[in-house]
Design a protein around this ligand. Structure first.
Ligand code: SF4
Length: 683
């Protein structure tokens, strides 16, 4: 019997395969050579996973008001209080706030309970902050949330455009794959579109350091210079091309504050390339017009035919290990399970499948509006699962006020003390990576197994189990009578094919009859299960016309002014994960960058009298933080950058999201986390 367990990294959306081998001293972690996302490679975070397995700081027992209680007590009391709120104020007075860290089976259980049986749409997720604009973009263009690319395409393309993506730090193994592809095919060109010169620019043939937030104009202007598609090839084509006709080279270069020769080079390379891919992530999505930016990108791929072929397509990279799985089960408040919508036929279909007459009929509250509704007292109970919104949501002082006044805050987590859990009435101890068992889906729609190789510590339980126990106490026992994650996965797979008839792109019904052994042995597989990605995308295209969405480029809502003269960009650093609740405890991951910093151009440093490594207070109209100065010509003058990770444990005054206003894209509800007007002063 082997002592190696093959599993999947719990950090970013690349979804690397990981091997955990038990040794005398614990577990040795290495990359899984058989996993096609990474072929054995791991980045520094993945390689350090073995150092995150300790139990220090773990939540190991249920608690109510900070006191340890028995599971029965915690579950009974939580269900009693939830039922009381539902009876008195209706189902919309309760909400779940989930996470791209949850496994698909956990997510499915949470979505089923909220939208299928409690009867409200109020389950949303921290993935709202990550890729909800990309979902809107795909759905508007293709009629489905369909990612039309795979990682293999990187090895077959002629041009890679990275826009709003520092893949070298945020998706490191994918970036390494790109580096290798470029070495093997030196004629392949790489364009990086980003206001900052990041590590990703190391392989760029062209770096367009554009004025922050103006990305859409580059693609709308590109649409204007591409050969026009056949008449009526796409819905919306006339209007989209009419707008694009206004975006001449001069106007685009002026709007983006770029050299027109550089813009022309980019457009020429794209137009001439036989195959081209555009990779995009938070720099596009986290914007008050993020959905439109996504469609501006998709438009040029549709219009030029650089889609549905090997080496082509608009590729949204997801930030979290299971952001895609959340999309698949309906973990976003404005969608139903298995890519169904809030439409009568889908609602009725779900009711038949789940045997429920209580299916939510209207979308629920999206992340930012959910916490605003808690603040107004409209939502009276929130169950936060596997996420730390006090650090990750914008305008965190309002989030804190909201939770402080919320009558019932339930937190399921692996960490006992987080910025969020100090507001918890009830704490449920959840299983961590290495202990839990289920599936995740990566950026290219590949479903992989996360497998347990450690026993459950203390009284920690799987998230799906906790949810099912509450569901049973609320009176929905039969529908939640699962004994193992395998049963949930098969139910989810069966639902994906239920009355589908090719009308929904997400279909994994071929996996619905896996037995337990087959589920345990499941190899990574992309959905839909029976076809290759591009041929499937082609056949999906045959279902109907795609849309060129008319996009009018817009500036960010954040404006620098006399009082707040700098624009703050926020993002990830190489060695930390989200709010540092795990990676912050690994000494070697702290060696790269050990404290919050503010990257600032030398001209601005001089202007504001700050010196290298000195401390500055950074303030916006929403809050203030303290950070160490990093003077760097990689910034554009007038712009600064700070990482989004630090929680209160590691930097008492370092929560950068506290500076960010809750301004959201009107279609996706995704906050504009990339642009905030700030000022600085020496600390
Ligand atoms: Fe994990 Fe992402 Fe690193 Fe791969 S690239 S090892 S998935 S953090």
């Amino acid at each position: 019997m082997t002592n190696v367990v093959r599993t999947t990294c719990p950090y970013c959306g690349v979804g690397c395969g990981v091997k955990a081998q038990s040794t005398e001293n614990g577990f040795q972690i290495s990359g899984d050579e058989q996993h096609t996302a990474n072929f054995g490679r791991l980045c520094v975070k993945g390689a350090a996973l073995g150092e995150t397995l300790g139990l220090e700081g773990r939540l190991l027992h249920p608690e109510i008001n900070g006191e340890r209680v028995e599971w029965e007590t915690a579950l009974d009391e939580t269900a009693r209080r939830l039922q009381g709120i539902i009876d008195e104020f209706g189902p919309k007075a309760v909400a779940f706030y989930a996470s791209g860290q949850l496994l698909t089976e956990d997510y499915y259980a949470g979505n089923k309970l909220m939208k299928g049986f409690i009867g409200a749409g109020n389950i949303d997720t921290n993935s709202r902050l990550c890729m909800s604009s990309a979902v809107v973009g795909y759905k508007r263009a293709f009629g489905a949330d369909f990612v039309p690319c795979s990682y293999e395409d990187l090895e077959q393309t002629d041009l890679v455009v990275l826009v709003g993506s520092n893949a070298a730090w945020a998706h490191p193994v994918l970036y390494q794959r790109l580096v290798k592809a470029k070495q093997q095919r030196p004629n392949m060109k790489v364009v990086v579109i980003d206001p900052r010169r990041t590590a990703t620019c190391d392989i760029a043939d062209l770096h367009l350091a554009l004025r922050p937030g103006t990305d859409a104009a580059l693609f709308v202007g590109l649409l204007n210079v591409l050969p026009p598609p056949e008449p009526n090839a796409f819905d919306g084509q006339t209007a989209a091309l009419e707008i694009a006709a206004n975006w001449t080279l001069e106007k685009t270069a002026d709007f983006c504050q770029l050299d027109s020769a550089d813009v022309q080079t980019f457009w020429h390379w794209f137009a001439q390339a036989n195959r081209a891919m555009t990779l995009y992530t938070m720099g596009i999505n986290q914007s008050s017009s993020g959905s439109d930016k996504c469609n501006a990108i998709i438009n040029v791929h549709l219009a030029s035919g650089k889609i549905g072929r090997d080496g082509c397509g608009p590729f949204s990279l997801t930030g979290q290990p299971n952001a895609m799985g959340g999309r698949e089960v309906g973990g976003l408040a404005n969608q139903l399970a298995c890519h169904m919508n809030f439409e009568p036929a889908d609602i009725a279909r779900l009711g038949r499948f789940w045997g429920s007459e209580r299916i939510a009929e209207t979308p629920g509250l999206m992340a930012v509006e959910l916490f605003e509704a808690i603040g107004r007292g409209e939502v009276k109970a929130v169950w936060i699962m596997g996420t730390n919104p006090l650090v990750s949501l914008p305008d965190s002082s309002h989030v804190a006020q909201a939770l402080a006044n919320c009558p019932l805050v339930i937190v399921s987590d692996v960490v006992r003390e987080t910025d969020t859990s100090r507001f918890a009435t009830v704490k449920f101890p959840a299983l961590a990576w290495g202990e839990k068992n289920g599936t995740v889906t990566n950026s290219e729609r590949r479903i992989s197994r996360q497998r347990a190789f450690l026993p459950a510590p203390g009284e920690a339980r799987a998230d799906w189990w906790i949810i099912s126990q509450i569901a049973q106490r609320l009176g929905y026992g039969e529908a939640f009578n699962w004994q193992h994650s395998h049963e949930i996965f098969c139910e989810h797979a069966a639902l994906s094919g239920y009355e589908n008839n090719g009308t929904r792109a997400f279909d994994i019904s071929g996996l619905a009859t896996l037995d337990r052994e087959q589920y345990d042995a499941l190899e990574p597989v992309r959905w839909p299960v029976t076809s290759t990605i591009n041929s499937t995308f082609k056949s999906w295209r045959a279902n109907g016309k795609f849309q060129l969405l008319p996009v009018e480029p817009a500036l960010p809502q954040a404006n620098a002014d006399h009082y707040y003269p700098l624009i703050l960009n926020s993002g990830r650093i190489r060695d930390q994960w989200h709010t540092m609740t795990r990676t912050g405890n690994v000494p070697r991951l702290m060696q790269h960058i050990s404290m919050p910093f503010l990257e600032i151009h030398p001209q601005d440093a001089k202007r504001y009298g700050v010196t290298q490594n000195s401390l500055v207070r950074v303030a916006s109209r929403s809050g203030g933080v303290v950070a160490k100065v990093l003077i760097s010509a990689n910034q554009l003058p007038g712009n600064v950058f700070a990482p989004m990770h630090w929680n209160q444990q590691f930097a008492r005054k370092g929560q950068i999201n506290g500076l960010i206003k809750s301004v959201c894209d009107p279609h996706s509800g995704q906050p504009e986390s990339k642009q905030t007007a700030v000022r600085i002063q020496r600390w």
